[in-house]
Design a protein around this ligand. Structure first.
Ligand code: DGY
Length: 332
């Protein structure tokens, strides 16, 4: 009998059809986020799951679904999954790195530019039937991007791709802080200089967050960090909700302690802190950093390849392309 899998959210029909050639598939074409009890009920007896950041995969769920062998997450981030709990139970976790790097970097740059140059704020003004007053010298002015200092917190693949855009496309000085410093050749390719976190906060005109979420990055940017930033600086978060203390950020924006923020991710999303919805100097988008036509397709297709290989089928049987806890494979 073919193994059975669950696809938790809507995916491309050809990807679902491809999976159906290998598996018995239970899917979710209506794309509703299932309540947890329903998720567990559907997952019982399945060997694999194509999951997204909307589902929490933890010890409780894994214990309720002992047949599960592979959790294949659509996305590079996997803070929705308890990796140690998976590994302890011999469950393989995969993610989708690389295929989304450039697209997400494009989006981070776009969000930073929209934030600095007040694109959505001025669009709301225009849609409201208004126009800038003739001769006005300071309406909708914002800080320049070109020639400014770009600060990047978290310097993985996406951070490096943003750094290249800043340095090579916009003549920016690029500084970064990361848990570990990049190798000299990677620093040279990114045109970026390593600084400590205090220097990053103090010197960045535009600070972009690209670090993974973990308990140690929770509220990495809170009231104390915002107070160290330049008054005219912008903050862009395309990483994960919870890295920024959204309440502290809303207050800093309201009080004009930094110029503006661009947020694609939120603490407790899909909920958004109500005060962020009230302040004008913030650009808000619903976690769409990787949402280009080509990249969303590439992510789905890589996830399908991972699932097929993780469950011992297809040309890469037993060798899924992008495992997070490959040590599990040794025990199979
Ligand atoms: C990712 O790839 O991690 C994106 O944020 C989608 O969840």
């Amino acid at each position: 009998m073919r193994p059975s899998i669950l696809i938790t959210r809507a995916t491309f029909s050809d990807v679902a059809a491809h999976l159906q050639t290998h598996f018995q598939v239970d899917d979710n074409p209506s794309d509703t986020i299932w309540p947890r009890e329903e998720l567990i009920r559907r997952l019982r007896g399945k060997q694999g799951v194509m999951s997204t950041g909307s589902e929490r995969i933890d010890a409780e769920l894994l214990d309720a679904c002992p047949q599960l062998k592979a959790v294949c997450n659509v996305g590079v981030g996997y803070n929705n999954v308890d990796v140690a709990a998976c590994t302890a139970r011999g469950v393989l976790l995969t993610n989708t790195p690389d295929v989304l790097t450039e697209t997400t970097a494009d989006f981070g740059f776009a969000l930073m530019m929209a934030t600095a140059r007040r694109i959505t704020e001025s669009e709301r003004f225009l849609r409201n039937g208004q126009w800038v007053k003739t001769g006005i010298h300071d309406q909708f002015v914002g800080p320049d991007i070109h020639g400014a200092t770009l600060g990047i917190l978290g310097m993985g693949r996406i951070g490096q791709a943003i750094a290249r855009r800043g340095a090579m496309g916009f003549g920016m000085r690029v500084i970064y802080h990361n848990r570990s410093r990049l190798a000299p050749e990677l620093e040279a390719k990114a045109h970026a200089s390593y600084v400590d976190k205090a220097t990053l906060l103090k010197e960045a005109d535009h600070l972009v967050l690209v670090l993974p979420y973990s308990p140690s990055s929770h509220h990495a940017i809170g009231a104390a960090e915002l107070a160290q930033m330049k008054p005219g600086a912008t903050l862009t978060n395309i990483a994960r909700g919870g890295i920024v203390d959204d309440a502290a950020l809303a207050q800093a924006l309201r009080e004009g302690r930094i110029a503006a923020a661009g947020l694609d991710v939120f603490e407790g999303e899909p909920a958004v802190h109500p005060e962020l919805l009230q302040v004008p100097n913030v650009v808000l988008t619903p976690h769409i950093g990787s949402a280009s036509i080509q990249t969303r397709r590439a992510m789905a297709s890589l996830t399908a390849d991972n699932l097929i290989a993780a469950l011992g089928l297809g040309p890469q049987a037993g060798r899924p392309p992008t495992p997070v806890n490959p040590e599990v494979l040794g025990g199979r």
